[in-house]
Design a protein around this ligand. Structure first.
Ligand SMILES: *[C@@H]1O[C@H](CO)[C@@H](O)[C@H](O)[C@H]1NC(C)=O
Ligand SMILES: *[C@@H]1O[C@H](CO)[C@@H](O)[C@H](O)[C@H]1NC(C)=O
Ligand SMILES: *[C@@H]1O[C@H](CO)[C@@H](O)[C@H](O)[C@H]1NC(C)=O
Ligand SMILES: *[C@@H]1O[C@H](CO)[C@@H](O)[C@H](O)[C@H]1NC(C)=O
Ligand SMILES: *[C@@H]1O[C@H](CO)[C@@H](O)[C@H](O)[C@H]1NC(C)=O
Ligand SMILES: *[C@@H]1O[C@H](CO)[C@@H](O)[C@H](O)[C@H]1NC(C)=O
Ligand SMILES: *[C@@H]1O[C@H](CO)[C@@H](O)[C@H](O)[C@H]1NC(C)=O
Ligand SMILES: *[C@@H]1O[C@H](CO)[C@@H](O)[C@H](O)[C@H]1NC(C)=O
Ligand SMILES: *[C@@H]1O[C@H](CO)[C@@H](O)[C@H](O)[C@H]1NC(C)=O
Ligand SMILES: *[C@@H]1O[C@H](CO)[C@@H](O)[C@H](O)[C@H]1NC(C)=O
Ligand SMILES: *[C@@H]1O[C@H](CO)[C@@H](O)[C@H](O)[C@H]1NC(C)=O
Ligand SMILES: *[C@@H]1O[C@H](CO)[C@@H](O)[C@H](O)[C@H]1NC(C)=O
Ligand SMILES: [Cu+2]
Length: 576
């Protein structure tokens, strides 16, 4: 499990530390005007989407480790809005995390809010996205954190160039209305019409004009750092470049042991940093970069778009020959996805946190789909058909409506008692054969709605076994934790069995992530240290599942000092 590959590029870290100590932290300031953008995709008539500063994807935030990021969100759109800084620890700034009704009330149309936070103790690729409704389908962008001392401080050969590669999904529909309809009917929303690379679907859709294919210009033998982000709402993706291979050096803004591969698997919410050498044998040429879906649902889930997004990697001075398409894995190629996900290990660096060798809190949490009663505000919920739900430990999460959970937490126990309960269970209500077809019956599928949190003392170490179920369908749920990175000790298929799993725990160099694609019909074990007081959302990063309740919240209590306590809310925190 933890065969570290050879490290060909070890750098003198004393030098890195010296350079780091003299670098000054800066303030990186942006104004995000969120508003209407008229755009034509897939040869459809122009439609109005919600976007930041008239761009799809939105602007890239470029910072160095230790910098302060300040973003003024000005909501000129007709919708309530919040932005989440996906993967940023937000230590000491829990009010800037962004999930609607968890850490803040939304910014109403015409309103504004300033997010202020430091990007400390993390380097690599993160991203930002709307955290309300399905609006992140078009409100998203990259957040790149470089080392303080510049590119020389990368623990891998300095790239000649860096490129952001944001994978997304596009609908020929209003995604706000889609979310409303999916919620009110408790039925899955229709699937995306296209996948995209840097906002563009590429040449394999029934429409071609010069504007719908993204192009990367490269020079022979250049070493390019690809910062790959999966911003799709509901679809894990396979990523390849024809006739090129990669060396993965980071994931979720944590360095990895260099890992050689010609295919990247990436679930919604995840990022992968991969070096690619422009060394295609025939000098020059044009090659497709491609992203195609990984559909892990068994039996088949709702239909998904069986299409491929492409961009073109074009060598300088090359003739305009037709590009070559790489052979993509089959949509159901779980073996390829698992090989990639399970083979990554951390690059252990001096001074970086290492995996806790023991845990104070042990949780066993089932993750999956189910059915619930129609809620009063699900106005179109048909009582005579199945209405879908999803849950963790059979508790299907609903957001509060009148005040955010962090505000309730900060106000104290009396307020909190009316907003959430502290009874999120450490184990499912019934122990059963989680992944067996025979367990998928009406009794096991039923789940009730609630707003439950798990309260943690400051600095407790938590171990969580995430166990996917077969209820309705097996599926690889990408589980995302706000406020922390976690270490991935082990993962596998079937029901978790401590007797065989514990001896395989990687306690040497486990990968560190903020989003784990729990194997379909399988399990993963994660550990994190609750050293960040606040209210931290943990949820499936498929918006279709989040909306149906696949979530919970960690309430992390204050530590002994002011620095380890939730600070007062910023004065401009939006009101409900
Ligand atoms: C934005 O577009 C919506 C239609 O989607 C429209 O109702 C609204 O008036 C537009 N707002 C502005 C400021 O143009
Ligand atoms: C953020 O960084 C600035 C500058 O280094 C520092 O003054 C401030 O205390 C930091 N804020 C938090 C919440 O750590
Ligand atoms: C932000 O909101 C405040 C309070 O409503 C208002 O005074 C200010 O002008 C707004 N700023 C912008 C840039 O819209
Ligand atoms: C293109 O159109 C054809 C015929 O209408 C259809 O069969 C095919 O699925 C479409 N392809 C895409 C990628 O939409
Ligand atoms: C291509 O994009 C540019 C800039 O966004 C725009 O001005 C132009 O009209 C577009 N062309 C087509 C054919 O859509
Ligand atoms: C490039 O990739 C294509 C598709 O896999 C393959 O057919 C072709 O032989 C490759 N060319 C070279 C030069 O490797
Ligand atoms: C993938 O799907 C194909 C075609 O539907 C099927 O023949 C194959 O058995 C599936 N493979 C796996 C691993 O489920
Ligand atoms: C990766 O994981 C698979 C198991 O899925 C294993 O067979 C393989 O040897 C591992 N190593 C590499 C380098 O892919
Ligand atoms: C509700 O579901 C039943 C059973 O599938 C179906 O016959 C009926 O038409 C549905 N009603 C509505 C309003 O969609
Ligand atoms: C449903 O599945 C559970 C778990 O396997 C089992 O205990 C129970 O007896 C089943 N109920 C029915 C009605 O089949
Ligand atoms: C957190 O716990 C670790 C040991 O588990 C300890 O070394 C550290 O000092 C604690 N941090 C704080 C701020 O209490
Ligand atoms: C926007 O949020 C407020 C709470 O801050 C809520 O009352 C209102 O219904 C929301 N509007 C929409 C369109 O969701
Ligand atoms: Cu899910």
């Amino acid at each position: 499990m933890h065969k570290a590959m050879a490290r060909p590029w070890l750098l003198p870290f004393g030098l890195v530390a010296l350079l780091a100590s003299v670098a000054q932290a800066a303030i990186v300031e942006h104004t995000f005007n969120v508003g209407n953008l008229s755009i034509s995709q897939l040869c459809q008539p122009a439609r109005i989407i919600t976007a930041v500063n008239g761009q799809l994807p939105g602007p890239t935030i470029k910072a160095r480790e230790g910098d302060t990021v300040v973003v003024h969100l000005v909501n000129l759109s007709p919708y309530n809005m919040t932005i989440h800084w996906h993967g940023v620890f937000q230590r000491g700034t829990p009010w800037a995390d962004g999930p609607a009704m968890v850490t803040q009330c939304p910014v109403k149309p015409g309103g504004n809010y300033t997010y202020r936070f430091n990007v400390t103790d993390q380097e690599g690729t993160l991203w930002w996205h709307a955290h309300i409704s399905f609006l992140r389908a078009t409100v998203y962008g990259a957040l790149v954190i470089r080392p303080r001392a510049g590119a020389k401080a990368y623990p891998f050969p300095k790239p000649h160039r860096e490129e952001t590669v944001i994978l997304g999904e596009w609908w020929n529909a209003n995604v706000y209305d889609l979310e409303r309809m999916a919620f009110m009917t408790a039925m899955p929303a229709v699937h995306a019409d296209a996948y995209t690379i840097n906002g563009k679907p590429g040449d394999f859709y029934n429409c071609s004009d010069a504007n719908q294919t993204y192009k990367f210009q490269v020079r022979q033998n250049e070493r390019i750092l690809l910062r790959i982000i999966n911003a799709a709402l509901n679809t894990p993706l396979f990523f390849k470049v024809a006739n090129h291979s990669f060396t993965v050096v980071g994931a979720d803004a944590a360095y990895t042991t260099p890992y050689a591969t010609d295919v990247v698997a990436i679930a919604p919410g995840q990022t992968v940093d991969a070096l690619m050498v422009a060394g295609a044998t025939a000098a020059g040429g044009r090659y497709y970069m491609a992203a195609s879906p990984y559909d892990s649902a068994v039996p088949n889930g709702p239909p998904f778009s069986q299409t491929t997004a492409t961009a073109v990697v074009e060598y300088a001075g090359s003739p305009s020959t037709p590009p070559v398409l790489p052979p993509m894995p089959a949509y159901n190629d779980t073996a390829t996805a698992f090989r990639f996900f399970s083979n990554l290990t951390a690059l252990v660096l001096p001074g970086k946190p290492t995996v806790p060798l023991a845990a104070d809190v042990h949780m066993f949490v089932t993750v999956g789909l189910g059915v619930s009663d129609c809620m009063p505000d699900q106005l179109l919920c048909n009582r005579s058909t199945t209405h879908f739900s999803s849950s963790m430990n059979n508790a299907s999460f609903v957001l509060p409506k009148s005040v955010s959970m962090l505000q309730a937490h900060y106000a104290g126990d009396d307020t909190a008692a009316g907003v959430y309960t502290r009874d999120f269970p450490d184990a499912p209500p019934v122990i059963f054969d989680y992944t067996a077809d025979a367990s998928d019956n009406a009794t096991m599928q039923y789940t009730a709605k609630s707003t439950k949190v798990r309260t943690l003392r400051f600095n407790e170490t938590v171990e969580m076994v995430l166990q996917n179920t077969r209820l309705i369908a097996k599926e690889s749920h990408p589980m995302h934790l706000h406020g922390f990175n976690f270490f991935v000790l082990a993962q596998g298929f079937g029901n978790y069995d401590a007797a065989t799993a514990v001896p395989k725990f990687n306690l040497v160099n486990p990968q560190e992530r903020n989003t784990i694609a729990v194997p379909t019909g399988g399990w993963a074990v994660i550990r994190f240290v609750a050293n960040n007081p606040g209210m931290w959302f943990m949820h499936c990063h498929f918006d279709a599942h989040l909306d149906l309740g696949l979530a919970m919240v960690f309430e992390v209590q204050n530590g002994p000092t002011a620095e380890t306590s939730v600070p007062p809310p910023p004065r401009d925190l939006p009101k409900c």
